[in-house]
Design a protein around this ligand. Structure first.
Ligand code: FES
Length: 83
């Protein structure tokens, strides 16, 4: 199971982490990865200036706005799914 966790602390929320979460959900469904990717919300990751922050299996990624979700899925999440 690949764990994708999105910061929903107030700074990241202001920077659009809700939209980021929705897009991740859509991408996971589109790619049929619902059984392989676990999406969750996280409290502040301590990197508020660089939000929205996302962790993929413990590795942090910064400035994950809507434009970056598809590429992050393709480059970081999909390889961990073995496909
Ligand atoms: S609110 Fe997201 S890192 Fe602090």
């Amino acid at each position: 199971m690949v764990k994708v966790s999105i910061c929903v602390g107030s700074a990241c929320h202001m920077k659009g982490s809700h939209a980021t979460t929705q897009l991740f959900q859509q991408e996971i469904e589109r790619l049929g990865l619902g059984s392989q990717v676990e999406l969750s919300a996280s409290f502040c990751m301590g990197e508020c200036k660089s939000g929205p922050c996302v962790r993929v299996n413990g590795v942090k990624f910064y400035h994950v706005d809507q434009d970056r979700v598809a590429s992050l899925m393709r480059e970081e999440v999909l390889p961990l799914c073995g496909g």
